[in-house]
Design a protein around this ligand. Structure first.
Ligand code: CP
Ligand code: NVA
Length: 304
């Protein structure tokens, strides 16, 4: 694994191996065992969008592994004044050991990786959020003990989260159900791939998608960069909510996941969120353990 740009680039074995390492790091941290595997290494974190979890989990994760992290906002970088991704990649490759980038276009991340001689990690684009879905898979496996054969139902916008959940879910043998309005479907090529490679349904019918689900997942109706569309989106997505009625058709022990931040009262009710808060905040915690596993896989592949 040279970069982490999208889950489609990873084999099932690579995904499972990241989850296994994340499990080990989590257990060891709880037992007070710390590592300095990344001593002397620096991660540069380019942010062209806001972040709480991604920034803090990567930054704390680097420190916990003995390394350093640089927060590089595009307000300060020359990227903000038009310097190209290509040249930024070539310069950063001379100073540091890995780059994490959160931006809009997937193409920019792919371009950064093309010109970089060090690993590049996608910390979210409009197309994908691979780091989040690795943490989601880790959390689902923690609660359900296995992924294969489980049913994952995502309700809401066919956005970056939906795209990455489809790929991550299908690659790990889960049945994936997406409920979204026909105007806001996930990426067409990803859906075509999912239909060929696994058990996949995309429907406008929330109750059909949620039937017998082991996991119900949702995300905001307006992603970063779409805030100005919120009124229109509230209208489009008003029936795409995780609430008690939807939970009733899922398995009786179904878990609820949300990548956060949440807009309670929109994509999820406050009642459902509060009832499943432990699962949702375990999921947020697992970003830390998974980020550390990803960093190790890229920078010290000999570690398992
Ligand atoms: N889920 C997630 O990526 O959160 P942040 O936007 O806070 O990083
Ligand atoms: N779809 C959301 C995910 C946030 C983690 C966004 O892109 O803003």
């Amino acid at each position: 694994m040279k970069h982490l740009l999208k889950l489609a680039d990873l084999t099932t074995e690579e995904i499972i191996s990241i989850l296994n390492l994340a499990d080990r790091l989590k257990k060891e941290r709880k037992n007070g065992i710390n590592h300095t595997y990344l001593a002397g290494k620096t991660l540069g974190m380019i942010f062209q969008k806001a972040s709480t979890r991604t920034r803090v989990s990567f930054e704390a994760g680097m420190y916990q592994l003995g390394g350093n992290a640089l927060f590089l906002s595009d307000r300060d970088l020359q990227i903000g004044r038009g310097e190209s991704m290509e040249d930024t990649a070539r310069v950063l490759s001379r100073y540091i050991d890995a780059i994490m980038i959160r931006t809009f276009k997937q193409e920019d991340v792919e371009n950064l990786a093309r010109y970089s001689s060090i690993p590049v990690i996608n910390g979210l684009t409009d197309y994908a959020h691979p780091c989040q879905v690795l943490a989601d898979l880790m959390t689902i496996r923690e609660y359900k003990k296995n992924l294969e054969g489980r049913t994952l139902c995502y309700i809401g916008d066919g956005n970056n989260m939906a795209n990455s959940l489809i790929v991550g879910g299908i690659k790990t043998g889960m049945k994936v159900r997406i409920a979204c309005p026909s105007s806001n479907k996930p990426d067409a090529k990803i859906m075509e791939w999912a239909e060929k490679n696994g058990d996949f349904i995309c429907t406008e019918d929330v109750f059909l998608a949620a039937k017998d689900a082991d996991v119900l997942y949702t995300d905001v109706w307006a992603s970063m960069g779409q805030e100005h569309e919120i009124e229109e989106r509230r209208r489009i997505f008003k029936n795409y909510q995780i609430n008690d009625e939807v939970l009733k058709v899922a398995k009786s022990d179904a878990m609820v996941q949300h990548c956060l931040p949440a807009h309670k009262g929109e994509e999820i009710t406050t009642e459902v969120f509060d009832k499943h808060a432990d699962e949702i905040f375990d999921e947020a915690e697992n970003r830390l353990h998974v980020q550390k596993a990803v960093l190790l896989k890229l920078l010290m592949p000999e570690i398992n």
